[in-house]
Design a protein around this ligand. Structure first.
Ligand SMILES: Cc1cc2nc3c(=O)[nH]c(=O)nc-3n(C[C@H](O)[C@H](O)[C@H](O)COP(=O)(O)OP(=O)(O)OC[C@H]3O[C@@H](n4cnc5c(N)ncnc54)[C@H](O)[C@@H]3O)c2cc1C
Length: 438
């Protein structure tokens, strides 16, 4: 087993890569294992990085690189399936005024590429074609078995391997086998209520770049963000019955889903049918959208992070933003152990993991709950949701609501405690900053 602390990060998605940056900044030895042959893959989805995530990128010194392909978002338009506009308001600009950082819209692959290309020693630290299949954990460390027969040794495993986390499955089994008894959840804890088409298209003429367009309807909703080169879209539909089963949609199912949305107005004056004519087939997917949050985030020398812990639909746009916050909090705990001279014993790690879960669980639970509520409101899950969304929301002071609801959440987010950095601030001061001075 490894003698000096060594972290094994399972999963090279956006949260795994940010974790790698945080470990590198803390001078903690690590390896990142990604099952796919390439880190940078194209999946067509857009992503929105909120001010707290722009701040994390600024602390790493990579905000400029993120801003390069990204579009600064400013406002939002809600409309109906038939294009009738419901409301139009400044959503992201007030956040920027409050916190000093913009909200950035870019593609998930652009974000991953920047996180990967700016990672120090990436050639030796990141291993692709490295699928974790088994983990052995004992008092001295962990052994991680890969599908190609190789083994990685370390002090702990961070399972940041997504909604279908293999690390989570292994951890659950180890819990069941241990004295802690049966894990208090189903083998597959995330539930799917919605599916979504997502992809990108060239930006159509006449749309407002940087505006977030959202269409609401009965059991359906769409989100479209026109950026510098592409408009990224996702279209959600409620499933007839919720399921915990995994499902891979066929080409035929995608085709039928696409056809059924021909009349849906992604923009007030442009339908999905018109947009679809400009979409490349390999730049669009149909997927299940799992939702949920797990109770037990760690066991022994294994700890979970990102979508393996909490999964939301894209409606609230919080998956990556929340995962990166959790990563900063977790690596802060590990760095604190090192700086206070603590060994990576199972007991000390347990304490660090406990405080990570204690700090992040309340905010993650609230975020998941808000995501569920927002998703059900924009898809008119009940007649009261329809009434509220259709007739009350348009009359509300939405800009004021944004300030009231989001500012306290954003201003209470974290950065890496051990990386000196001034950063930017707006009208609402950041509550937490680095614990070391510039
Ligand atoms: C259409 C769409 C739009 C979205 N928009 C937003 C948004 O605007 N803002 C936002 O914050 N979030 C958004 N999200 C959510 C966001 O994409 C996820 O929350 C985020 O990708 C989670 O990051 P992650 O690193 O935890 O997991 P993932 O991105 O799922 O990455 C997990 C990685 O682990 C690898 N892996 C899996 N199993 C293994 C194994 N056994 N061994 C090794 N590697 C393994 C996978 O190949 C993958 O690379 C959106 C999601 C969708 C579908």
């Amino acid at each position: 087993m490894a003698k000096s602390p060594r972290v094994i990060v399972a999963g090279g998605g956006p949260v795994g890569l940010y974790t790698a940056h945080a470990l590198a900044k803390a001078n903690i030895d690590y390896v990142l294992l990604e099952q796919q042959p390439e880190i940078v893959r194209y999946k067509g989805a857009g992503i929105v990085l909120l001010p707290q995530t722009a701040r994390l990128c600024d602390q790493l010194g990579i905000l400029k690189q993120m801003q390069e392909p990204a579009t600064r978002l400013h406002s939002k338009t809600n409309s109906l399936y038939n294009g009738q506009q419901l409301v139009d308001f400044r959503l992201f600009e007030p956040m920027e005024e409050d916190h000093g950082y913009p909200t950035l819209g870019l593609s998930r692959s652009e974000m991953i590429e920047i996180l990967y290309k700016t990672l120090p020693e990436r050639e030796t630290r990141v291993k692709t074609n490295a699928r974790v299949i088994e983990i052995e954990s004992n008092a001295n460390g962990v052994r991680v078995y890969l599908a190609d027969g190789s083994v990685e040794e370390g002090s702990l495993v961070i399972g940041v391997d997504g909604a279908h986390s293999r690390t989570r499955d292994i951890m659950d089994r180890l819990i069941r086998e241990s004295t802690e008894g049966v894990a208090n959840r189903e083998p597959y804890p995330m539930v799917t209520y919605f599916k979504a088409i997502f992809g990108r298209a060239p930006v159509p003429k006449g749309v407002d770049i940087g505006r977030f367009y959202e269409a609401h309807g009965n059991g359906v909703a769409s989100q479209t963000v026109p950026g510098k080169k592409y408009a990224y879209f996702s279209i959600l539909r409620k499933l007839p019955t919720p399921t915990t089963a995994r499902h891979r949609y066929s080409e035929k199912e995608l085709e039928e889903e696409v056809k059924s949305f021909a009349d849906l107005h992604l923009f007030p004056n442009i339908t999905f049918g018109e947009i679809w004519k400009t979409v490349k087939r390999d730049e669009v997917s149909l997927v299940h959208l799992e939702e949920g949050i797990i109770d037990k985030w760690h066991h022994g020398r294994i700890v979970l992070l990102g979508d393996s812990v909490h999964k939301m639909t894209p409606i609230s746009g919080m998956g990556v933003n929340t995962g990166m916050q959790s990563a900063a909090v977790l690596v802060n705990q590990l760095q604190n152990m090192i700086s206070s001279g603590s060994e990576f014993t199972t007991e000390a790690l347990n304490e660090a993991f406990e405080s990570y879960q204690k700090i992040q669980e309340p905010v993650c639970r609230m975020t998941v709950m808000q995501g569920e509520m927002m998703t059900r409101m924009v898809t008119w899950n009940t007649w009261t949701a329809w009434l509220f969304d259709r007739f009350i929301v348009p009359w509300m002071d939405l800009e004021g609501q944004v300030k009231k609801q989001f500012s306290p959440i954003i201003s209470n987010t974290f950065v890496l405690d051990y990386v000196p950095f001034e950063g930017k601030a707006g009208q609402v001061p950041w509550v937490n900053g680095p614990k070391v001075k510039v």
